[in-house]
Unconditional design. Sequence first.
Length: 661
Amino acid sequence: MKHNLITKITLCGLLLNSFYGNAQKTNLEVNIANTVTKIKPTMYGVFFEDINFAADGGLYAEMVKNRSFEFDNPLMGWIQPNSNRHSLNAESGIATTLNVSERKTNPNFCRVTINNDKGYEILNEGFRGMGIKKDNPYNLSLKAANPDGTIKKIIVQFIDKNKKVLGETSIVPTAKDWQTYTAQLTATETEAKAQLKITFEGTGIIDLDMISLFPQDTWKNRKNGLRKDIVQLLYDMKPGFIRFPGGCIVEGRTLAGRYQWKKTVGDIENRETQINRWNVEFAHKQTPDYFQSFGLGFFEYFQLAEDIGAAPLPILSCGMACQYNTGELVPMEDLNPYVQDALDLIEFANGGVDTPWGKVRADMGHPKPFNLKFIGVGNEQWGPDYIERYKVFAKAIKSKYPTMTIVSGSGPSPDGAFFDYGWKELKELNADIVDEHYYKSPKWFRDNVTRYDKYDRKGPKIFAGEYAAQSVSAATPNNRNNWECAFSEAAFMTGLERNAEVVNLTSYAPLMAHEEAWQWTPDMIWFNNLESFGSANYYVQKLFSTNRGTDLITITKDGKPLIGQNDLFASAVKDDNTKEVILKLVNTSDKAQEASIDLKGSKLQTKGTLITLTSANVNDENSFAEPKKISPTEKEYKLNGAKAQLNLPAYSVSVLKLKMK
Ligand code: AHR
């Protein structure tokens, strides 16, 4: 009998072993009682960069491309199918654009001459089409002037590629002078590639401008607001901060093309349209129709930060155009307006309603300050020209706003001569926080998990501001958001977390991309005109961010951090608010492994939660067809005794959460 039992137990053990592939066991120890350091609420954030149609055509829910006819080609995005010379209906009508130079910020408008109101139409193609959803209402607004009163009606319809009408409304342009009209259309079908068709009743001339269309269903139902599905993805991450609006977009290819926040606030109509610097940057993905309407401007960025509970982190030009492009420099004696922009931005965000810029904010509907604590000087600058300019900014900002934390930059690479020079100088200057960028191979991320172990704890703090594993290599269109990249980033992030004493902010880059209009890949969130999904990298970021904790504690193997022994990586925190211990373990090997974790220093409840993110193949990816192929699964975890036993699947990220008693 006894013999039989032993045989059964042994057999069972053998079966389990073969099931787990003779899983190797790693013994770990967690010391819950000792806090190594407090973890900053800003530890995990997001970096919103206007690249890949992230603003216009993406987060900003405007559906009409070139609504104010201000693109370099003023009729780009607008099609007149019956108005080309070879058409039978050549005489039906024509749209041209006129320029009123006194209207400095929005000089162009569209003049439509209708000769045959049964034959003429003008279409807007949207941002690679317009995504419309069955039964959803859409808000139309436009400005029109009907000088002779001959145009009786403006008819606006959604159509599909077969010209089938999918919703319709009309406007009666009663006034001779410019007037804004509004109407509503409801979509009768869901269609990803709808267009907006405009026809007329009556013949003669009508002038049109600011032809705009938004879904009514926006984030927080704000009129003419942001795409709800995309903001929801950001909100769900509980990001500690949001860096905006770039990226190289801040610098511009030339100084004239830099991002100027003052031109992005106030009345939307008066925000001067500007070419986006990513427009034709890459031969591999030209997007000549990429412009910035600035409908998503600095007020909206601050509001977004507030909505998603993230600290705002605006980045400003420091008087240097992108050093990959022209590298144009503002002479030192002309730097003052740039510095003033930074001081005024702080007033815009935090100043009382009685200050000039605080009043602008209040007039836009937000009398309460935005509580700005961080400001970035330059994006990815390098060399003595940067340091020289940074000094001027830092002096001016700190003398007026001593508690403002300034983010400086160390250039585009995580090492090398420029990096070393920048760091040396910034350290001597007692810089608050230095931004580091790395777009490297998945292996680099796994190999560099100890990067911050030796950073001086008394020196500037670190902002890992732009990083993403590149499956091929940086700036290659063939990079994929694959599982190997994502779990390698997770391994690296355990190193960021272990070094929370010096690493205070971190963010993946870039944040989002339009399925058809991207320039840069990989990206954390992908969207088209109807849907969006988080990549595997998104779920890694979300796991860390939503399990940030308040205190760093140690998780060790033989007294040393777990930094790749047995291909395992780990970090641990506790959360003072939820009274939880949270362990993050990453298994980067192709075999399942076991971990036996001795939890010392606090009594724990036996019931916990185990979250696992895994996928069988390193090349697996999420997609529109399978948006949650790689997404976390959560199950109850039972703690038996003082040691937690965990099975860590091959290629996996595991988060174990246990309540302290
Ligand atoms: O994220 C893409 C680009 O990479 C950013 O604009 C720039 O800061 C970096 O070079």
